[in-house]
Design a protein around this ligand. Structure first.
Ligand code: CP
Length: 332
């Protein structure tokens, strides 16, 4: 394995291998497996889980890591190609990323969507411009429309909890005061479809996932025997659900237009998952969320603190699956 930037690059057998390796490293730790290896982490955007779990995972395998957060003790990095660099950024990614790559054995990059031009964000041009500068093994720590480490952790969480493959997985839009990126909803829909689940995407009008993202999920479902549908009707979507995966994301009909998005989302403040959402789901329906989550805005305390919530297991599995990814990238 040379790169981990998209679950779609892997067969179901390769995913299964990574999940088995994650479980093996949990039960049989290998504290010297990556001794002498260095992980470089470039965070263009904030993080809690991704940053801490990557560093912890590398340390538990015997390796070390360094973290660069441009503009916070290190030079601000310019990402635009052909930019006239007369603003705040002192260094361009063209030099900066290649310099960082020369100091490490594997590089992880987080670079969120710009949130202005939907076609540009869906094309992943910003992340790919950076990835194309790197010959080292590379990990996508969240790009414009993908979060493969989160998706793999979510897959392991579903397996750990023995959620049946042929069961109803509802990815539901939930309220947030601001437009958030499409990375997690896109990755979660694709992961569940690839796992063979019956995926329903529940979202208000104006928040449909872009056609290219729906097509990716449908292609994965066609190969796995799963299915993908979408609706704006909560009652229809939630009936019989085995999983509700709550996630906030920005309006796609007025993408990049903060005022139009704010006007539209204001009408949907009631899209906060509380116990009433589980009235007609499967009895043991689980609540998933990638975190961070705004309590009593996106998901109510009564759900997050109740037995249905598996959000902490999802966060823990970031560590287990990323150790498997690091191992496959550096050990084999
Ligand atoms: N879920 C996730 O990626 O969390 P962080 O943004 O805190 O890394």
């Amino acid at each position: 394995m040379k790169r981990f930037i998209d679950l779609a690059d892997f067969s179901s057998e390769q995913i299964s291998d990574l999940l088995k390796l994650a479980a093996r490293l949990e039960s049989h730790p290998e504290p010297q497996a990556l001794a002498g290896k260095v992980l470089g982490l470039l965070f263009m955007n904030p993080s809690l889980r991704t940053l801490a779990s990557m560093q912890s995972g590398m340390a538990r395998l015997g390796g070390t890591s360094f973290v660069i957060t441009p503009g916070q003790g290190t030079w601000q990095l310019e990402t635009r190609l052909n930019a006239v660099m007369d603003g705040n950024a002192a260094e361009h990614i063209r030099e900066g990323i290649q310099v960082l790559a020369s100091y490490c054995d594997v590089l992880g990059i987080r670079a969120f969507a710009d949130g202005k031009d939907l076609a540009s964000d869906v094309s992943e041009s910003k992340f790919l411009d950076m990835a194309n500068l790197v010959e080292n093994p590379l990990i996508n720590l969240e790009s414009a429309v993908n979060h493969p480490c989160q998706a793999l952790a979510d897959w392991k969480t579903l397996d750990d909890l023995q959620v049946p493959k042929r069961s109803k997985f509802v990815l539901s839009w939930v309220y947030h005061p601001r437009a958030l990126p499409l990375a997690v909803p896109s990755a979660a829909a694709h992961m569940a479809a690839m796992r063979g689940m019956d995926v329903t995407i529940l979202r208000p009008e104006g928040y449909a996932l872009p056609p290219a993202i729906m097509e990716r999920a449908r292609t994965a479902a066609a190969a796995s025997g799963g299915s993908v549908t979408e609706t704006s009707e909560p009652a229809e979507a939630l009936e019989g659900a085995q999983v509700i995966y709550a996630k906030e994301w920005g309006c796609t009909t007025h993408y990049g237009d903060e005022t139009a998005d704010a006007t539209l989302r204001r009408r949907h403040k009631n899209w906060c998952v509380d116990n009433s959402w589980f009235a007609k789901t499967a009895e043991d329906c689980r609540l998933m969320h990638c975190l961070p989550v705004r309590r009593n805005v996106a998901v109510a305390d009564e759900v997050l603190d109740g037995p249905r919530s598996v959000v902490l297991r999802q966060a823990y599995n970031r560590l287990t699956v990323q150790m498997a990814i690091l191992y496959r990238l550096l050990k084999d």
